[in-house]
Design a protein around this ligand. Structure first.
Ligand SMILES: Nc1ncnc2c1ncn2[C@@H]1O[C@H](COP(=O)(O)OP(=O)(O)O)[C@@H](O)[C@H]1O
Ligand SMILES: Nc1ccn([C@@H]2O[C@H](COP(=O)(O)OP(=O)(O)O)[C@@H](O)[C@H]2O)c(=O)n1
Length: 231
């Protein structure tokens, strides 16, 4: 007897945006792994270009100097959610892009339109070549990078919860100082002219303050499955 062919599920594109510490990376990785999708951390790409600029002595107080070298670094993102990678000119920078120095400087670099144009193009080409689909997380994915995404999620959480989560990761970091640093980055990312951090009109907002990570993952997986079922 012939077995009926099962159609491969269509590639699904999921955009997850929100400020720091709302759970974007942990949720996106887990959802992608559970659903067999690729995963892209766009913040890591902005951190990588910032790392290159710091290493090459670029004056990060000067947007013209940043714009002039926006195309120099070759950034490659590995999109396996079980082992996401990021290299700059062939060097693994997964560790160095998480230093306090890069974190404090990334908003100045990511605000420069030439940097955004370059990284946005890279993100779109990665997303369109993901055969089974992809979960892309960042700040402007639903609004600018992938406005036609099948599902858009905007994660939020209280400033206190976000700071507690972040300082938990940076062992020994002061919660109050972490909260202040987050507020400063939120302000810079939300007030820049080009493609600021914002919720897309058609994004589903999920407040994660009182939810466990597992609950957030389940919520997003359910929303993806509902989309696929055409609900
Ligand atoms: N709902 C949650 N409840 C408690 N901790 C969480 C939750 N979501 C994420 N975390 C933890 O908070 C930290 C920051 O999460 P992360 O996914 O890196 O956030 P983002 O990518 O938005 O900055 C991680 O240590 C993660 O395990
Ligand atoms: N789509 C994106 C993603 C990140 N970014 C920038 O990159 C920075 C680092 O992003 P991230 O996602 O690694 O930040 P965390 O949430 O991990 O702290 C942000 O503060 C933004 O300045 C952006 O401008 N657009």
């Amino acid at each position: 007897m012939e077995t009926a062919a099962t159609a491969a599920p269509e590639a699904v594109i999921v955009a997850i945006d929100g400020p720091s510490g709302t759970g974007k990376s942990s949720t996106s990785k887990a959802v992608a792994a559970q659903l067999g999708l690729s995963y892209l951390d766009t913040g890591a790409q902005y951190r990588a270009i910032t790392w290159w600029m710091v290493n090459n002595g670029i004056d990060l107080t000067d947007p013209t100097a940043i714009a002039a070298v926006a195309g120099k670094a070759e950034i490659v993102s590995g999109t396996d959610p079980a082992d996401p990678t990021i290299t700059v000119d062939g060097t693994d920078v997964a560790g160095p892009i998480r230093t306090a120095e890069v974190t404090s400087k990334v908003s100045a670099v990511s605000a420069v339109p030439e940097v955004r144009a370059r990284i946005t193009e890279l993100q779109r080409s990665i997303a369109t070549s993901a055969e089974r689909g992809i979960v892309v997380e960042g700040r402007d994915i639903g609004t600018t990078v992938l406005p036609d995404a099948d599902l858009k999620i905007f994660l939020t959480a209280s400033p206190e919860a976000r700071a507690a989560r972040r300082s938990g990761e940076l062992k020994g970091a002061d919660v109050k100082a972490t909260q202040e640093a987050l507020a400063k980055r939120d302000h810079a990312d939300s007030s820049r002219t080009t493609s600021p951090l914002a919720k897309a009109d058609d994004a589903v907002e999920v407040d994660t303050t009182e939810l466990t990570l597992q609950q957030v993952i389940e919520c997003v997986v359910t929303l993806v499955e509902e989309k696929r079922a055409g609900k």
